[in-house]
Structures are given as C-alpha cells and as structure tokens.
Design a protein around this ligand. Structure first.
Ligand code: EPZ
Length: 430
C-alpha cells in the first residue's frame, strides 16, 4: 500500500503551478454528453475522480480521447446506455452529474447512488426536488437513482439549502427543458459559474450564475465547443496554507485571486503577508502565527474544503481559535490524527476549540478524506521528525502530483510502499 513518507521542518519556498478545478471539471465532463457534436476541454486535472468519471462515460459508449495530459476530446453521439453503474462510479460524488446531463438530453437516466468523501450525510433531496419540479419522475431502486420524463418543463425552484451539486444538476437538466427555469437560493461557487459558462458556450441560455438567482431558458440542442476549465480554488488555497504552516514563501501561480479572497483574508488575519498579481498570489509566513475564528460558509464565505487546512494552521497559532463547520457535520475526523501529532483541539459538535501549540511532532497517521488528508500532509511538513501518511488514495482523488509539487517547493516527501523504503528515505534525509 502506498504511503507518503515525510520529514518535516523545511519551509516551503518557490513557485507552484495550480491545475484545473476538479469540482468544475467533473460537471463539465458530464455536461459534455449533452451534445452529439465533439467537445474539446482543456485544463482538466489528471486526478482519480475525473478519471473515474471519464471511465464510466466510456463504459456507456462515450468516445473520450486524451490529446495531452490535460486536454480531452469527447464525443457522445454513440451513447449506448443510459444506465451508469460501474463499481468505481459508486465511489465518487460527482456521478450524480450524469443524472442531470442525461436527463436533460435523453429525458431518462439511471445512475448509481453517489459516494464520495465521508464528511457528513450528504443528502440528495434537493437534486431530486429540482428534477421533479422539471417534470421528471424520480425513484431510488436497487442502488440506482432513476429519473425519467416524457418532457421536461421549466419551473420556479427554491432551494432549501445552498447546494453546489443540486444547483449544477438542476441547471444542466433545465438547459434542455422547455421554457424558463428559475433557481432561487442557488450556490454561487466559481465552479457553478464555470459550468454555466461551459453550457452557454455550447448554446445554452443561462443568466445569473454567480448570484443566488439563476435563470435558464431551455434550448432544444447544444453544439460543439472548446473550453478551458478555471484554476482550482482549493488546490491554490492548500498551497497558500502550506506556505503559512511551514513558515515558507510560496508563489502560487495560475490562479484567479478573486476566488481566493476569503482564504487570503484569513491568512492576513493570522499574520501572513499576501501579495496578489493578475494570476498569482504570493504567501510569506515570516512572523509567529496568531489565533482567529472562522466559520465555513457557501461562497463567497470561507470554503468548507479549506477547513482542515486552516485548522492545521490555527493549531500552530498563538492563542485560542474557534473553527465552526457549518456545511458538513462530520468534517473533524482528522482531529484525532492531528492530536497524535501534538495538537490541542477539542471538538464539540460542529465546533473545534483550538489552543495553539508551538510545534507538531511526526507520527504514523491516516488520511480520512481528501482535504483532511492534504491538511495532515501540511502538518507533517512542519512537524519535527518523520511522519508516514496512509490512505493517500483519498488525496489522489483531488490533487494532481501533490507530493511532486511539494517536492518542487523543497519538501522532503516521497511515495513509499514498504518499511524498507521508509528506512531508505530516513537514511537519505537524516
Ligand atoms: C460539493 O459537494 C463538492 N464536491 C465538495 O467538495 C464541497 O465540499 C461541497 O460542494 C461544498 O462546497 C463536488 O463538487 C464533487 P453541496 P456537494 O451539495 O455538491 C446539503 C472536495 O473535497 N445538501 O453543496 O455534495 C449537504 O448535506 C469535496 O472536493 C442537502 O441537504 O455539496 C451539505 O450540508 C468534498 N441536500 C450542504 O447541503 C441536497 O440535496 C452542501 O452540500 C444536497 C446537499
């Protein structure tokens, strides 16, 4: 089983290039089946979740051609099944985007119930409510969500919770419904806007993405497009916090600084310097970090996908900090692992009360999910001594070449498989 071996203590210094946004790429890949014409997509991250989705699409007859590592050509004119249920697709959350896409185009879809990181109950009632409002019949049978409609008709849909997935899914289905759909209390995340821009580039008529009211005028067909996915806000934020946590100086390149405002604001509050340019941000951490409070919120609030990374930083910051997780109820599972590295954190319900410590020490730990796994790696990079991180398959779901990018910033991190590899790593870095 692959692990990361890490020797902590080196500040990360240098430049890192951010890839395309995983959470935009997933719905955009799914939406590319909504036309029979060929679609060209650039800046797709080469991570496990996008590859699982692409495999599932190939299994139902979609032609997928990788023209280079991040460029893909897709043609869905020969889809041979509207039932998507291979073993791997059950493991990713984004499988549900094929529901909205196939339902929109073919008025029928059956997709395995979504999996994804175990960070809370992750309901899908708002997706189902939206599809039903458009006129579909939806049921869950034999592990599949089945949605079917004679025709889809535009509707006025009020979302009871702000949901990225439901907003995007309803937007996709409504793109090919008859008439006007209005989604109120829509999610405003940059990836929601990116999916709307992608669909519009294929001939959809979507207005208001990025605000909490999205208006979609249905069209009968979509056409070919060439599209480049936006940079990954969370990968960028993770490297920004890597600089903060390791007392480093990192230029994070190929980003949209506007998408990083809430992350930048917190880094400034805890004592880092942040410089912004057109498409990069530099984070310098030269002073002792100080405490703050943070509550995760839908965009433009502080992202839940950055909660573990900021907690790792605050647990090294002077004073008492409070982190409130308001999106997912089970997103503090990594705190036990961080405690084994010396953190002083008490979790009560959805709140973590953190008393900053002077340092972490290396330990043998496991990644409980994608973002927490990445955050624990950052803790290990700042820790005294050696750490091994298990279950890195979670991290590989969403970070391309994570350890290689960290190495390029001077981190002492390697992929290992055996105890012998670990001993060799220790000899090399000792
Ligand atoms: C997306 O998940 C992301 N995943 C998550 O990223 C991210 O944490 C999350 O949005 C919030 O930003 C993908 O894009 C594939 P939601 P999603 O629907 O769509 C509740 C990562 O690390 N809810 O916005 O599943 C839900 O329980 C992953 O990259 C309902 O009640 O999140 C949660 O409390 C992890 N009913 C809240 O809404 C529903 O029908 C927000 O969930 C849908 C959601």
């Amino acid at each position: 089983m692959e692990q990361y071996a890490i020797k902590g203590g080196s500040p990360l210094v240098g430049e890192v290039e951010i890839g395309g946004a995983k959470n935009a790429a997933l719905p955009i890949l799914a939406a590319s089946v909504m036309t029979d014409e060929t679609v060209y997509i650039d800046n797709i991250p080469d991570v496990r979740d996008t590859n699982v989705l692409l495999n599932a699409m190939e299994n139902v007859g979609v032609m997928v051609k990788r023209t280079d590592r991040h460029k893909i050509t897709i043609n869905a004119s020969n889809i041979n099944s509207l039932v998507v249920e291979d073993d791997n697709i059950k493991k990713i959350r984004a499988s549900y985007y094929l529901l909205g896409a196939l339902l929109g185009k073919y008025k029928h879809a059956e997709v395995a119930l979504p999996g994804g990181c175990d960070i809370g109950c992750r309901a899908i009632d708002q997706h189902i409510k939206g599809f039903r409002a458009l006129g579909a019949e939806v049921c869950i049978e034999y592990g599949l969500i089945k949605a079917s409609a004679g025709k889809l008709s535009g509707s006025h849909i009020y979302m009871d919770v702000v949901s990225v997935g439901a907003t995007i899914n309803i937007m996709m289905a409504a793109t090919m419904a008859e008439g006007m759909t209005i989604i109120e209390n829509a999610a405003k995340e940059p990836h929601v806007v990116d999916v709307a821009n992608f669909l519009n580039s294929m001939g959809a008529n979507i207005k208001g993405a990025g605000t909490d009211v999205i208006r979609i005028k249905g069209v009968s067909r979509l056409h070919s497009t060439e599209y480049t996915i936006i940079p990954d806000q969370i990968e960028a934020g993770t490297f920004m916090f890597a600089a903060a946590i390791t007392k480093g100086d990192v230029m994070v390149k190929n980003v949209i600084p506007k998408h990083l405002e809430s992350i930048t604001a917190k880094l400034l509050e805890i004592g880092c310097e942040v410089e912004e340019a057109d498409d990069c941000v530099r984070v310098v951490s030269s002073k002792p970090l100080v405490h703050t409070h943070v509550k995760t919120l839908p965009y433009p609030g502080f992202p839940t996908d950055m909660q573990p990374q900021i907690t790792v930083a605050l647990a090294l910051s002077k004073g008492t900090s409070i982190v409130t997780e308001s999106i997912f109820e089970n997103r503090f599972k990594y705190v036990d692992e961080l405690t084994r590295m010396g953190a002083n954190i008490k979790v009560e319900g959805n709140t973590a009360i953190i008393d900053g410590v002077a340092k972490y020490t290396g330990a043998s730990i496991s990644a409980p999910d994608l973002r927490a796994g990445a955050a624990l790696v950052l803790a290990a990079l700042s820790a005294e001594g050696y750490t091994t991180v298990d279950d890195i398959r979670y991290i590989e779901r969403g970070y391309e070449d994570f350890h290689l990018k960290l190495q390029s910033l001077g981190a002492q991190i390697e992929l290992i498989e055996t105890e012998r590899d670990f001993q060799k790593f220790k000899l090399k870095t000792g």
